[in-house]
Structures are given as structure tokens and as C-alpha cells.
Design a protein around this ligand. Structure first.
Ligand code: ZN
Length: 174
């Protein structure tokens, strides 16, 4: 397994629409292993492949709070087949929008179909935190970030702040 660099806003790659995975083979499984390791190291509870620069429709998640008991979840080509009218609000952050948080409303429940780690078709009924995480990660596959749901003013403040941080990071004095 290998740690990958997580891309951050405003990197244009994050705005790409990811492509479906055609065959779930060892290359895809290796990618998912790397994604999971990168997510745990960050640390985060969800990661989409595009966040490490790979435009494939793959998500990994682990919302278990206990670091001793890891419960990784893998979703390949996830599709939403139901979303509740009821909304839930969580304060969301994102590994690609470091240090920024905002309250976001999303459907409280969603059902998805997807392929698992071995390429088998599965369905999942999610609610609460899991539903929010899945929907946040599925947005990444469409090139959408949680800050896109904020007002233009708030979003541009965040984007400017992150651009400035990036410049400072790249600046070296020797
Ligand atoms: Zn995210």
C-alpha cells in the first residue's frame, strides 16, 4: 500500500467528472487499498478516487469511531436509487477543503447500488451520518464539493483563503 497526495481546492482536477470502473481487478483493489491508507493517515472518514487525482467512480469510507476496530467500506460505481425528502444537517468538512467546515443539508436517508471490493453488485440503505458521508463522496464523482452549496460570498472567501494557503506552502526561503 502507498500513501497518495490528496488534492485540495482550487485544483481543477477535483472538478472532473469521474468515469465508471469497467472491471474490478487487482489494479482497482490496489487503488482502493491506497485510498483507504491515505484516508486513515489524513485522518478522514471518506475519500473519493478523484481526491488523489484518479477520475474513477470509487469511494472508500470508514465511519467507525473506534481506531482499534476498523470497518472499511468500498463503493465502486455507486448510484443513488432513492433519497428521502427529509433532510439532515451535519457540519461537514473535506480532506480537499482543509480546515473549513460548514453546515450542509442533505437527504436524511438514501439507498444506493454499487459494486463491492470483489466486484459483486450490492445495495445499501443508509441513514444519518453514513447517508451524509456517502452523498458527500458521491458528489466528488460529479466534481462537486460541499462548499458549492454555500452562498457565493462564503464560497469565494473559502476558495481565496485556500489559494493563499497553497501559495504560502509553496514558498520557500533558503
Ligand atoms: Zn470531500
Amino acid at each position: 500500500m502507498a500513501l497518495k497526495k490528496i488534492l485540495t481546492e482550487p485544483d481543477p482536477i477535483l472538478r472532473q467528472i469521474s468515469k465508471p470502473v469497467e472491471i474490478v481487478d487487482d489494479t482497482i483493489r490496489k487503488l482502493m487499498d491506497d485510498m483507504l491508507e491515505t484516508m486513515y493517515a489524513a485522518p478522514g472518514i471518506g475519500l473519493a478516487a478523484i481526491q488523489i487525482g484518479v477520475p474513477k467512480r470509487i469511494i472508500v469510507l470508514d465511519i467507525s469511531k473506534d481506531p482499534e476496530k476498523k470497518e472499511p467500506m468500498y463503493f465502486i460505481n455507486p448510484e443513488k436509487i432513492y433519497a428521502s425528502k427529509d433532510q439532515a444537517t451535519y457540519e461537514e468538512g473535506c480532506l480537499s477543503v482543509p480546515g473549513q467546515f460548514a453546515e450542509i443539508d442533505r437527504p436524511d436517508k438514501c439507498h444506493i447500488k454499487y459494486l463491492d471490493y470483489n466486484g459483486n453488485p450490492k445495495e445499501l440503505k443508509a441513514e444519518g451520518l453514513l447517508a451524509t458521508c456517502i452523498q458527500h463522496e458521491m458528489d466528488h464523482l460529479e466534481g462537486i464539493l460541499f462548499i458549492d452549496y454555500l452562498s457565493k460570498l462564503k464560497k469565494s472567501m473559502i476558495t481565496k483563503k485556500l489559494s493563499k494557503q497553497k501559495k504560502e506552502l509553496e514558498r520557500i526561503v533558503v
